[in-house]
Design a protein around this ligand. Structure first.
Ligand code: ADP
Ligand code: ASP
Ligand code: MG
Length: 436
């Protein structure tokens, strides 16, 4: 059974939903994971933000605008009275639910429940459409089997058992539709897999059911060699290894959720990136196969903070790095880049939730400087230690750009440089002409 995920633009209008049928109705068994219609999650975030600050009028207005958008889709999506009526009822029940939050206490739990509405709506609307055109399908509630553990990681054991059980309730059925992004957390509350999380849903389900292939359908013809939103003349990459794709996703290639490659890699399931607007385009296939020595692509991750830590003692004596890392571990703050010199260590983080507490603890035994508004530019490929020339190529391209930090050699797949965010665009363009 294959898992096919369709992103926001791929379900973003009645016409897109109609076109999607072509891609899923070949009769082969499949699980179709859908995102919310494009723009919906952003609107839900805005609604939640208004509710947090008790701007109830604003929240109600935003809810009304979004509800009108959904109601306008209905007559384009459905032809029959039955489907139209079901669609109307669905929309009014979800939007009345949203409106109920304007009357009561609002916390992070309510916010997550609000954010879940987009995927619940898109999947039900699409399911009704399949019903209307007599394509047999089952709507699987993701909240019955998608779950994260106390570390906010997918609870793979639970998901495996429950996804398989959920599918077994429908013997003989071949087409399953489910929600991307949404899940329950370790307390059973509604939660989500963070922005862009539908990709992660697809790879988690793919791994859980030992799928033969996971397809991520989006609005571009595969992973490009650079960010197409910033750089002209980028091109799709036909093949990537799991390691290369994982680095690109983690370091900002928006086409993939940052951590979505791992579940597929663990079960060695190929991931194919395909374009709904151009279904015949080759796209990108991601497998365990080595793809040969070369620089494949560049990506950038914004919102980075660098912490420069100088040891109080003359040298980085043993035990110093452990003491530093323990603090980040205690605050569950992942470190992205790290470099060391004789008496200092610099590292970067993107989650600054506990930055003040971390700095306070570090200052007990070292001097600390914090630098914000930085971007990691990541050059990804396969660089074997025996082959020379890559570093020269990269730094020749970047010679006019001040570089804050460099990380090379940690993995065979990545060279990272840290620059001020305002120089990101220049850096990506310079690398495009220097490397490709
Ligand atoms: P979806 O809604 O289908 O999940 P996303 O917007 O999350 O789609 O991801 C697709 C977008 O990612 C593309 O439209 C493109 O602008 C952007 N993108 C950024 N970097 C890359 C890259 N290296 N290759 C392809 N697309 C990229
Ligand atoms: N709808 C969610 C988002 O916009 C999840 C996704 O699209 O992957 O982030
Ligand atoms: Mg996405």
């Amino acid at each position: 059974m294959k898992v096919l995920k369709f992103g926001g633009t791929s379900v973003g209008s009645a016409a897109r939903m109609h076109a999607l049928v072509e891609l899923i109705s070949d009769g082969a068994p499949k699980i179709v994971v859908l995102s919310a219609m494009s723009g919906t999650t952003n609107s839900l975030v805005e609604i939640a933000n208004a509710l947090y600050v008790k701007e109830h009028d604003k929240a109600n207005q935003l809810i009304k605008v979004l509800e009108d958008k959904y109601n306008a889709v209905l007559p384009e999506l459905y032809k029959t009275e039955t489907a139209l009526k079901k669609g109307k009822e669905l929309i009014s029940s979800h939007f009345n639910y949203l409106r109920a939050f304007t009357l009561d206490l609002f916390t992070v739990n309510e916010e997550r429940a609000i954010l879940a509405q987009g995927e619940l709506l898109s999947t039900a609307l699409f399911h009704y459409y399949l019903e209307e055109i007599s394509i047999d399908s089952v709507l699987l509630p993701a909240l019955n089997f998608m779950r994260t553990d106390e570390n906010e990681e997918p609870d793979m054991k639970y998901i495996e058992t429950n996804a398989v059980a959920e599918l077994a309730k429908h013997p003989g059925k071949k087409l399953f539709i489910t929600q991307g992004y949404i899940c329950r957390n370790a307390f059973g509350e509604i939660d989500n897999l963070k922005r862009g999380g539908s990709d992660y849903t697809a790879t988690i389900i793919g791994a859980a059911i030992r799928s033969e292939e996971i397809q991520i359908w989006t609005d571009i013809d595969g992973m490009h060699n650079n960010d197409p939103r910033i750089v002209d003349k980028t091109h799709p990459i036909a093949e990537l290894s799991f390691d290369e794709a994982a680095e690109l996703a983690y370091f900002g290639a928006k086409i993939l959720h940052p951590t979505c490659i791992l579940p597929a890699q663990m079960q060695n399931i190929p991931v194919r990136l395909l374009n709904t607007m151009q279904p015949d385009a080759k796209g990108t296939v991601i497998t365990s196969k080595a793809t040969g020595d070369s620089i494949k692509a560049v990506a950038a991750k914004d919102g980075i903070t660098a912490i420069n830590i100088k040891s109080g003692r003359m040298l980085l004596a043993y035990g110093f790095l452990r003491a530093v890392f323990e603090i980040f571990e205690r605050y569950k703050t992942p470190i992205d880049m790290i470099t060391t010199s004789e008496v200092a260590v610099s590292l970067t983080i993107d989650n600054t939730k506990n930055l003040d507490a971390i700095v306070k603890e570090l200052k007990e035994f070292c001097t600390v400087d914090v630098d914000t508004d930085l971007t990691i530019v990541c050059i990804v490929g396969s660089f074997s230690a025996e082959k020379e020339g890559y570093a020269l190529q990269i730094f020749e391209a970047l010679k006019h750009i001040p570089i804050r930090m460099i990380s090379y050699g940690g993995s065979k797949n990545n060279v990272s440089v840290l620059v001020e965010s305002k120089l990101k665009r220049d850096a990506l363009i310079a690398l495009n002409s220097g490397l490709f």
